[in-house]
Design a protein around this ligand. Structure first.
Ligand code: BTN
Length: 259
């Protein structure tokens, strides 16, 4: 099936903000992140939005796979934005990206720290940010995968959520068009202003706020949002702790004590 992408409209909206910007749609690639990282390492550092209708080796955070459906991009949107970036402080970039994804798509979407997008207690989208330095410049590759249509659990504990649950008719081109310009704006704003000013907006979409969570570093406590650098704040038995890197899971509510 031919997918009608609005590459030209996206290019026209984004190019004034990003000189040299290109939009590229590929029928198939191993991973849009891997491709932009390879290009950057080979010296191709132009700002690029690379979309794949199908990824054969999609990658997730922490070395995990990112599985798309195999049905030629109908059920999943997979793309990466690559651009040279020079913020004073990189901390919080992934939160800023997660925030613009939920804000661009639907009010029901929430962020699970650091940057997973969830709907109704299930993951809907994932973000993988990688960077490489070439000479003086650092090139950032921001990869986003969004489930559009319901699909099988594929070995995951729970089947992922799908955007069509809240936006019937959601498809890959319309979803990309909704995100592309806000994403570029958010990344450029992050470059000049950092994450700090986005805290309140993050808290409004924070899935974990006030919930009991466990972190892979062993800490447990009640989530209290994030600080100005994007670190997770955790209210623990020994006081407020800052978690800068860990995986977090929500702890099931304690069973009621028998009377
Ligand atoms: C995660 O949830 O662990 C992050 C998933 C990121 C998936 C996207 S799909 C487009 C881009 N290319 C990849 O190989 N990964 C990212």
């Amino acid at each position: 099936m031919t997918i009608r992408w609005s590459a030209e409209a996206i290019w026209e909206a984004v190019a004034p903000l990003l000189p040299g910007f290109t939009v590229e749609i590929l029928p198939e690639i191993d991973s849009t992140n891997s491709e932009l990282m390879r290009r950057a390492r080979a010296g191709q550092m132009e700002p690029t939005l690379l979309v794949a209708e199908r990824q054969t080796a999609g990658r997730g955070r922490l070395g995990r796979d990112w599985q798309s459906d195999t049905d030629a991009g109908l059920a999943t949107l997979t793309f990466s934005l690559g651009l040279p970036l020079a913020p004073k402080d990189w901390s919080g970039l992934s939160l800023a990206v997660g925030l613009v994804v939920v804000q661009s798509l639907h009010p029901a979407l929430r962020l699970k720290w650091p940057n997973d997008v969830w709907l109704d207690e299930r993951k809907l989208a994932g973000i993988l940010i990688e960077t490489t330095s070439v000479g003086e410049l650092r090139y950032a590759v921001i990869g986003i995968g969004i489930n559009l249509l319901p699909r099988a659990a594929d070995g995951l504990r729970t089947p992922p959520a799908a955007l069509a649950e809240v936006l019937p008719g959601a498809n890959a081109p319309s979803t990309l068009e909704a995100i592309a310009l806000p994403l570029v704006r958010a990344v450029l704003d992050f470059e000049t202003q950092g994450f700090g000013d986005l805290r309140t907006a993050f808290h409004a979409r924070d899935l974990l706020y006030g919930r009991e969570v466990s972190c892979t570093d062993g800490s447990t406590g009640s989530a209290r949002g994030v600080d100005a650098s994007g670190a997770l704040l955790l209210h623990t038995a020994s006081g407020l702790q800052k978690i800068s890197s860990a995986e977090v899971s929500v702890r099931p509510a304690a069973a009621p004590t028998p009377t």
